[in-house]
Design a protein around this ligand. Structure first.
Ligand code: MN
Length: 151
């Protein structure tokens, strides 16, 4: 069931995060968002719309802005599309407790999307250009490397 893992981790009576209606919306393009998440460890959540949900990665060091920098990106559970608008504070004791701020958002164009590699063009306010995610199996099953490709 889509979003099952997302919902299992959260108590929607306690957190203001969206539960997700499950309804599929017709978007004008594929949306992406990067949320700055002041949880127990500051990290940035990169979320890419795909098949009615936001495919999500936690990036501890943030999105690399120069070609050549490779940052670890940990694949996490899909989030509902509504999450792209979420900013606020997840209460103490809840999953991911801490402040969430939108760092950037916009549209992206998927160039390639397979099991081990994703390539996109970001069209945000801060992020613009071609980005690549490649699975980094030596590190663990959910670990990927994120880098900016040369334009
Ligand atoms: Mn997070």
């Amino acid at each position: 069931m889509p979003l099952e893992e997302y919902r299992k981790k959260r108590d929607f009576a306690a957190t203001s995060e969206p539960e997700g209606s499950g309804e599929k919306k017709k978007p004008v393009g594929k949306i992406f968002v990067v949320q700055e998440h002041h949880a127990s460890h500051l990290h940035y959540d990169l979320r890419l719309e795909r098949d009615g949900v936001l495919v999500s990665f936690a990036v501890p060091k943030g999105i690399p802005e120069k070609p050549g920098e490779k940052h670890l990106a940990v694949h996490v559970e899909d989030h509902p599309l509504e999450y792209a608008d979420f900013e606020g504070t997840i209460p103490e004791g809840e999953y991911g407790a801490g402040q969430v701020k939108i760092w950037d958002r916009g549209l992206y164009e998927p160039l390639y999307w397979k099991e081990d590699k994703i390539e996109v063009v970001m069209k945000g306010e801060r992020l613009a250009g071609r980005y690549v995610l490649v699975r980094f199996r030596r590190a663990g099953k959910d670990e990927w490397l994120l880098f900016r490709a040369k334009d």
